[in-house]
Ligand binder design. Structure first.
Ligand code: GDG
Length: 749
């Protein structure tokens, strides 16, 4: 059969798409039935459901493996989504997928519950296959497209893609945990994997702890500066590229689960299940892929002990365990199946009766309707994972329980525990604790069950999978990465706001006019900035100001401003507003305080060897680096005590071997207000890139315009990618004013 004949609807192989999702498996599986018929079957995971509307409306494609080795297929359209199948050979599947992905990364990232195997030939296959995925994605992506790469099988794809296609906006989401450094460090290819991931603009994790582990690993292995969720990755010629590593807890399509649960035939099936189990008072349920991370053995052990010590009886309580087949050719999974089935067999042999089975164990996959009926039938859901990225089963159980009944027992080692706090949280390693939790769940009064389930349902329905994908993609496209060029909405707003009246154009320097560099003294504005600023200075009714956190002399040195540019440094404490000299924007009382402060610190420092004083525009710093630890401590204590009495209002900042006292804590917001007053501007345009610029954005009002440069949350209404765009924006302002002036003069003529 030719690939074209297999494809329901072939697409142009050269077609490109503005949104490309890349995952190991496609949302469709290629299947051959026993009679040899070949077909495509949709495998409706939460991810597909979440992304389908977006993929359909935004011209999306999905790149992945179709589930069968050694077969090539042409791209085709399935259910409104373009499918781009990636070919994998049988040997690649063994080494890249079963080997490196599932027997190296999977156990390593799940806290080495099973020992990871390290094989160089697996790694080589991983690199090779990742490259193929990256090439397919690069070929499918249109200029400036967004590419969203998924999961641990494809961690090298972001870097490979970025190198091939610097125009792309690249996101990565890790569905499994990211381990603490002590464990991660075992990986022989630990630096290569981090570098692969850092090719992305946004790296999403399930839990805040995972994102923290990743950021720490980057600091330890590469030493890149990090602040909160931001990592500054040095690029060519010392210019930094900002990568964001943040948690986005995944969820499910909760409404579709509830909708299934409300179907009469599904409810009937739930009743039938209970009856078939011999109408026990309580049904306990476990649903997992048969995986050593899921804590199935711990659950069986706890249940067995409860039967053994007589806390529960098989007549009253049955455990239903669905263990769906998984990775059956990977060594530890073969051993696990034997271990679990031995335990189940023993327990059933010891405790089952002709009419009641202790554990109803099923090593199959079931249709989704059957899963929902099981959830409805279960009084207590047991999720006892030893480590789990999220655990969707926990959320599915909650979504299904529209009756608000049922108790969720949830491992604190599953990502879901961060959100589902009203579950009965357990440590699966603590068998006595687990037994107590099961008994508590069985005996929980109805009122308490309803109260907890109501709260759990609110969480799951408020944060469903659509909210998850929207929030990831919004952060990726509006925050973590911004496309090059000037967005149309910005051009329109610039015309509306800046073309008339008197205008103040206030610009941050580092990160706004100049790219961030390793050595602050090397920072220089990008080409074109000087000319664009000059054009603005030549306009009637326009003033230009540079606003910086730097000391003003340093700002002068790096920005080399034209003489009529207004300058503010040290977050507004130093100003040079149409004066030849730098002025300190301090009132007389503050200058007096500064004197007192200097006297106190000089006295303290004079008495302790190895300490000295540094003068700052609005304060002083007492350095203690060269003093003995004891002397340093006592000098700091003395300064603090004396000043708290003499000058109680001071701002105190403690650093490493330094304590700083300031008579005024000023912000760029204060600087901007001062500039507005000085210029009497009708409108203010402010551009800035970092957290300190948010204070300036915060004081913008109606008729002003804030422009955020680059990634990250911001109060600014508009955004461009980086300093390269800023001269273009300034040029546009000048053009709009020229055009407005022209219209006015024509009207007057
Ligand atoms: C990884 C992470 C993270 C299971 N058996 C059957 C069946 N299932 C469905 C469940 C659920 C899904 O499979 C399993 O999802 P989990 O989240 O529980 O676990 P993993 O497979 O390990 O998934 C995990 C997830 O990625 C998403 O990011 O939460 O932490 O390990 O939807 O219902 N479905 C059907 N028949 C079965 O027999 N129909």
């Amino acid at each position: 059969m030719s690939p074209a004949a297999e494809s329901p609807q072939s697409t142009d192989p050269k077609a490109t798409y503005s949104l490309v999702v890349v995952s190991n498996r496609l949302p469709v599986d290629f299947e051959v039935t026993e009679d040899g018929t070949e077909s495509w079957r949709t495998s409706p995971g939460g991810l597909v459901t979440a992304l389908q509307p977006l993929m359909r409306s935004s011209d999306g494609a999905w790149v992945g493996w179709p589930g069968v080795a050694d077969r090539s297929f042409a791209p085709f359209v399935n259910d409104g989504i373009s499918i781009v199948p990636v070919r994998l050979s049988g040997a690649e599947l063994e080494d890249y997928y079963e080997g490196f992905s599932n027997d190296t990364i999977w156990p390593l990232y799940h806290d080495v519950i099973a020992p990871p195997s390290f094989h160089r030939e697996w790694w080589e296959a991983y690199v090779r296959v990742n490259r193929r995925f990256a090439e397919e994605a690069a070929a499918a992506a249109s200029t400036g497209a967004t590419v969203w790469v998924h999961d641990y099988q494809l961690q090298l794809v972001p870097r490979m893609l970025r190198e091939a296609r610097p125009d792309l906006v690249i996101g990565f989401f890790n569905h499994i945990p990211f381990p603490p450094y002590g464990i991660y460090a075992q990986l022989p290819w630990r630096k290569q994997i981090l570098d692969g991931l850092l090719g992305a603009d946004l790296i999403g994790f399930q839990r805040a702890a995972d994102a923290g582990n990743f950021t720490r690993a980057v600091r330890r292995l590469y030493g890149y500066p990090t602040r909160g969720v931001a990592i500054d990755v040095p690029g060519h010629s010392g210019v930094h590229r900002r990568v964001v590593a943040k948690h986005f807890p995944i969820s499910i399509d909760a409404r579709s689960y509830e909708e299934l649960a409300r179907r009469p035939e599904v409810q009937e099936r739930a009743r039938q299940i209970r009856e078939d189990l011999g109408n026990p008072k309580t049904i306990l349920l476990g649903v997992d892929r048969l995986d050593y991370t899921k804590g199935i053995a711990h659950r069986i052990k706890a249940f067995g002990e409860l039967l053994e010590d007589g806390s529960v009886s098989v007549e009253d309580v049955t455990l239903v365990q669905v263990a769906s087949p998984s990775r059956e050719r990977v060594g530890p999974y073969i051993a696990l199946r034997d271990e679990i089935e031995l335990a189940v067999g023993r327990l059933n042999g010891d405790y089952s009766t002709i009419s009641h089975t202790a554990i109803s164990y099923h090593h199959h996959g079931y249709p989704r309707e059957e899963m929902v009926a099981l959830y409805l039938a279960a009084d207590v859901m047991l999720v006892t994972a030893l480590r789990d990225g999220m655990n969707l089963v926990a959320k599915e159980y909650v979504a299904v329980r529209f009756d608000r009944d049922g108790v969720l027992v949830l491992s604190e080692f599953a990502g879901a525990a961060d959100e589902l706090k009203q579950a009965v949280l357990i440590n699966p390693h603590d068998i006595d604790g687990l037994k107590a939790a099961i008994l508590r769940a069985i005996a929980m009064p109805r009122q308490e069950r309803l109260r907890r389930m109501r709260a759990l349902r609110r969480k799951v329905f408020d944060n469903d999978v659509a909210a998850w994908s929207t929030s990831f993609l919004r952060t990726l496209t509006e925050g973590a990465a911004v496309r090059p060029g000037i967005p149309d909405v910005l051009a329109t707003a610039l015309r509306d706001v800046t073309s008339t009246g008197t205008l103040l154009v206030a610009l941050d320097f580092d990160g706004t006019l100049a790219p961030h560099v390793d050595n602050p003294e090397d920072a220089r504005a990008v080409n074109g900035t000087h000319d664009a600023v000059q054009r603005l200075l030549d306009q009637d009714g326009v003033r230009v100001a540079f606003v910086s956190g730097r000391a003003l002399v340093s700002l002068q040195h790096v920005s080399q401003p034209q003489s009529d540019v207004l300058l503010t440094g040290s977050h507004g404490i130093e100003v040079q507003l149409d004066t030849p000299e730098i002025e300190l924007d301090l009132v007389a009382a503050e200058l007096e305080q500064l004197d007192t402060l200097a006297q106190v610190l000089e006295r303290v420092s004079g008495g302790v060897a190895g300490t000295w004083i540094e003068r700052k525009p609005a304060g002083l710093a007492l350095h203690t680096r060269l003093a003995t630890p004891l002397a340093a401590q006592s000098a700091q204590k003395e300064a603090r005590e004396q000043l708290s009495v003499l000058l109680p209002g001071l701002t105190v900042r403690e650093g490493k071997n330094v304590i700083e006292f300031a008579v005024r804590s000023s912000t760029k917001g204060d600087a901007l207000e001062r500039l507005r007053l000085h210029t009497g501007a009708d409108h203010v345009f402010y551009a800035g890139d970092d957290l300190t610029d948010e204070d300036a954005f915060a004081v913008l009002g109606e008729g002003d315009l804030g422009l955020k440069i680059g990634a990250g949350a911001s109060l600014a209404g508009y955004r461009v990618r980086g300093p390269d765009e800023v001269p273009l924006v300034l040029g546009m302002i000048a053009d709009f004013r020229d055009a407005a002036a022209e219209t006015t003069s024509q009207a007057g003529a």
